[in-house]
Design a binder for this molecule. Structure first.
Ligand code: ZN
Length: 202
């Protein structure tokens, strides 16, 4: 399986990182080795002094597809979830400055937290509400209606480049409020009132 991630999909997050608003979705991949095993803590990697959490709505692909039309994209997923795209922001800043790829900053071991998935029928997909709590303090509070590109548009876009396969997961981008993690932090993700994950940082 592969993980396809979308960057810069929320206007206020683009502002907080002083990035330019893209003309097309920003896309990058994480390998399956990036998945943080269930119930494991997240270990801050030795190569970064500034790892950020980014809470994101996840979409699990249910069948193979290529050049999917946005109006049929809903047939390619049954489940929605919540996760974290951990980002070594210091490493990413260096990559961006030099125009280099982001993998070292975004695709390292443990950088993909994949929480529970739920049937999509349980949600109003245009307006999914999701939160990240750090040590019980609300740090990110998102609504999927603030996405620049909606789930079905993202599926259409990325499937022009990558054949989507059953089990692939799309990280749909993070809203504002990203920040640094420290040892012993506890990160809890909530998707429409359901606790989708809880992660301890080591
Ligand atoms: Zn992200």
């Amino acid at each position: 399986m592969k993980i396809i991630c979308i960057g810069r999909n929320y206007a206020k997050h683009i502002e907080e990182l002083a990035n330019e608003k893209p003309a097309h979705p920003v896309v990058f991949l994480k390998p399956d080795s990036a998945i943080l095993p269930n119930k494991n803590p997240f270990f801050i990697p030795p190569f970064s002094n500034n790892v950020h959490y980014e809470v994101e709505v996840l979409v699990k692909i249910n069948k193979v597809g290529k050049f999917i039309d946005a109006k049929f994209a809903h047939k390619y997923y049954d489940e929605i979830g919540l996760g974290i795209d951990f980002t070594a922001r210091d490493v990413q800043d260096e990559c961006k400055e030099k125009g280099l790829p982001w993998e070292k900053a975004k695709a390292f071991d443990g950088s993909a937290v994949i929480g529970e998935f739920y049937p999509k029928e349980q949600f109003d997909l245009r307006n999914i509400s999701f939160q990240l709590y750090k040590n019980n303090t609300l740090v990110q509070d998102g609504k999927s209606n603030a996405m620049l590109w909606k789930i079905d548009e993202l599926i259409a876009y990325v499937s022009q480049y990558f054949t989507l396969k059953k089990g692939d997961i799309i990280f749909t981008g993070t809203p504002e409020g990203v920040g640094k993690v420290s040892e012993n932090d506890v990160l809890k993700g909530v998707l429409e009132g359901r606790e989708a994950f809880q992660i301890r940082v080591k």
